[in-house]
Design a protein around this ligand. Structure first.
Ligand code: G3H
Length: 192
């Protein structure tokens, strides 16, 4: 690829209530990000052709909805499946599944939610996406925090087991440019 742009979905209603997973809508602030994203992208991409990839969840599609480029939704880009903890806050998980909460804290990369996924599972699920990505021209990926952490670690040549700790903030467009010596990173923060 020439360059890859990464963005999390705008702030969602679940982000506001501190719940994980689910399929909530964007919050009012998240919708402001969706409004600003076309200009943010245009300033960075210019007139070059671009394809937008999203997950199948509403919050990524709503974030991409104003972008004037072809779009493709991938199930493989859906957020890390938190299984029985889907829709819960971290406080609720700590209370209802204290052993799981501790196990995740001890090994966040390997920890698999009951009925759900681990970061390691996610890295494996993303392999076909990475393969496709390597063969494309300019792509903008609008997806979820855990997913972007894994994609980011891959292109930054950081060991996959460090994925859970990659910094991928909300309302920030990240540009990755693969070079012979490594990947160049630019971060563009939206003004919200
Ligand atoms: O559940 C998915 C979140 O985006 C990732 O957050 O892995 O730091 O709990 P966490």
């Amino acid at each position: 690829p020439r360059a890859i742009w990464l963005s999390r979905h705008g702030e969602s209603m679940f982000n506001l209530s501190g719940q994980i997973g689910g399929d909530s809508d964007l919050s009012p602030r998240g919708r402001m990000y969706a409004e600003q994203l076309p200009e943010l992208v245009r300033q960075s991409v210019g007139d070059a052709p671009l394809t937008v990839w999203t997950s199948t969840l509403k919050r990524t599609q709503q974030t991409a909805s104003k972008l004037p480029y072809p779009k493709l939704a991938w199930k493989a880009l859906d957020e890390l499946d938190s299984g029985v903890c889907d829709g819960m806050t971290y406080e609720e998980i700590e209370e209802q599944y204290p052993e799981d909460f501790k196990a995740r804290d001890d090994n966040k990369y390997e920890y698999r939610y009951p009925g759900g996924e681990s970061y390691r599972d996610l890295v494996i699920r993303l392999e076909p996406i990475i393969m496709q990505l390597e063969r494309q021209e300019n792509i903008l990926i609008v997806t979820h925090q855990a997913v972007l952490r894994c994609i980011y670690a891959y292109f930054m040549n950081v060991s996959q087991d460090q994925s859970p700790w990659m910094e991928v903030p909300l309302h920030t467009l990240i540009k990755l440019t693969p070079r012979a010596y490594g990947t160049e990173v630019t971060r563009i923060k939206a003004n919200i």
